[in-house]
Design a protein around this ligand. Structure first.
Ligand code: GLC
Length: 479
């Protein structure tokens, strides 16, 4: 009795914790049919590559956050400039003067990403530190500024070059843009010291300054959406920049937002869609009309979610490039992808380019392994939709548009051969159904036993599976 009581309390606490991080507000279906269509197309893609790249990559530190005067684990300042805040911020901003990623070759990235099976790309055009990785007209704090050695390089406009290279390979393009800008003097007004991640003055008290900030934000987003070719996703980070009325008191971190920081998303979204019809707008964490999909970060939901969503996750441990960072094994990445897709989500996997402008060699080798798996199993991933029971122990399910169902068996760490039989409970094949292991030639024998499908795997196939890490059984017809 006692233990039941405690597990009940534990359950309540866990639910509370999930609630405290993410809002439960209902998803709002966009009323523009072109946006709806674009979201559905994007849901078919499943797998995107994310890139956090900026001057911070030179120090191998966290992106932007070390200049945020909050005492959090991820904001710690280290090294010779860390004795006082202002010295540090200056040294951090001086990184601009040495940024020269001479090995930058976006065609090489795009080819490797395509081979890995990624279908869309999101690059940090501007992170919270305000440094623009594109040629903004509205600031000098940018990769194309004479202050930055790379500005003379023919590929200096990194945003443009990267978007073009990936577009050429058939990718959908997303631009990460931080709503807060810790370099801009109408966000962190130099008259006051910065206090935390928020605007450092009360916008209600200084409406003209806030208006300047709104205009600046609008203008920068407009140049990205009008001068950089086709953009499919505007991925807006920094959810504390939001109207006060959207603050959800049930979400712990939102309680600390001190001011109304309304940048007029309605105006931004309308402008964006004038330039880019059907643009998906992701106003992260600001549940409402402008969060066209949700973005659980570094986590996979326990259960399928009833709205469009995408888990963003690092391939290593950090969003930014850190020398010697530990990359997740390919098998783990593949299992996460399958789990996410079975729950109806997309997987946005981050690789941080180095200060010289290339991915870590480990990232390339992971991408190769993922690509080899995708070649065999891609049809069980792309274009699929979730299907009940979603997941049964180590088997995940997806459904193709022709209604066939894929049962994807996640192999254990030591499991390199297929088991002699695979049993599945939650799916009922019709009598005429065929079951095929993707990557193998012949269809497999199967029968129903005690209401379960029993798939029989010939010995030769057990020993020579068509791929590593996870195996997809395609069931042609289900009831
Ligand atoms: C976290 C990090 C932020 C990063 C984002 C990507 O919120 O703090 O720097 O850009 O994740 O989703």
């Amino acid at each position: 009795m006692k233990s039941k009581f405690f597990s009940f309390i534990f359950l309540l606490i866990s639910i509370q914790t999930i609630r405290a991080q993410e809002s439960e507000a209902p998803y709002i279906v966009p009323n523009d049919p072109e946006v709806v269509k674009n979201i559905q197309d994007w849901q078919d893609l499943k797998f995107g590559i994310f890139m956090h790249w900026g001057t911070y990559s030179q120090w191998g530190v966290v992106e932007s956050w070390s200049i945020c005067p909050e005492d959090e684990g991820w904001t710690q300042r280290k090294g010779q400039y860390s004795t006082d805040y202002f010295t540090y911020k200056k040294a951090y901003e001086d990184l601009q003067k040495k940024f020269n990623p001479v090995n930058f070759n976006p065609d090489k990235w795009a080819a490797a990403a395509k081979e890995a099976g990624f279908k869309y790309m999101i690059l940090t055009f501007k992170h919270h530190d305000g440094f623009c990785m594109y040629n903004s007209k509205y600031t000098d704090y940018k990769i194309t500024s004479p202050n930055t050695p790379f500005h003379t390089n023919p590929k200096a406009d990194v945003g443009k070059e990267t978007a073009e290279a990936f577009r050429k390979q058939g990718f959908k393009i997303g631009t990460y843009f931080s709503k807060p800008d810790w370099h801009c003097d109408s966000y962190w007004w130099p008259y006051f010291p910065p206090k935390d991640r928020n605007v450092n003055y009360d916008p209600k008290r200084y409406p003209e300054r806030w208006q300047q900030y709104k205009d600046f934000t609008f203008n920068q987003i407009e140049e990205i959406l009008s001068d950089y070719g086709k953009v499919d996703i505007l991925w807006l980070d920094g959810g504390w920049v939001r109207p006060q009325k959207t603050i959800d008191p049930a979400v712990e971190w939102q309680k600390t937002i001190p001011y109304d920081q309304d940048v007029d998303m309605a105006k931004i979204a309308a402008m964006g869609r004038r330039h880019q019809p059907g643009l998906i707008v992701v106003d992260r964490s600001v549940t409402g009309e402008f969060e066209n999909y949700r973005t659980p970060e570094q986590q996979i939901p326990e259960v399928p979610l009833a709205y469009p969503w995408e888990t963003c996750m690092t391939m290593a441990t950090s969003w930014s490039y850190v020398p010697g960072d530990i990359y997740k094994p390919a098998g783990t990445i593949i299992h996460y992808l399958v789990d996410i897709v079975a729950k109806g989500g997309n997987y946005l996997l981050n690789v941080g380019p180095s200060p010289l402008g290339d991915y870590d060699t480990v990232a390339y080798s992971r991408m190769k392994e993922i690509g080899a798996w995708m070649k065999v199993n891609g049809e069980a991933i792309y274009g699929t939709r979730p299907v009940s029971p979603y997941k049964e122990k180590n088997i995940c399910f997806t459904q193709n548009k022709d209604q066939s169902v894929n049962a994807i068996y996640l192999a254990g760490i030591e499991e390199s051969t297929l088991p002699p039989v695979v049993r599945i409970k939650g799916i009922k094949p019709t009598k005429k159904a065929t079951i095929q292991l993707l990557g193998a030639k012949n269809s497999l024998k199967w029968k129903i036993e005690n209401g379960e499908i029993v798939i029989i795997i010939p010995t030769s196939l057990q020993k020579a599976p068509p791929c590593n890490y996870a195996w997809s059984f395609k069931i042609s017809l289900v009831e």
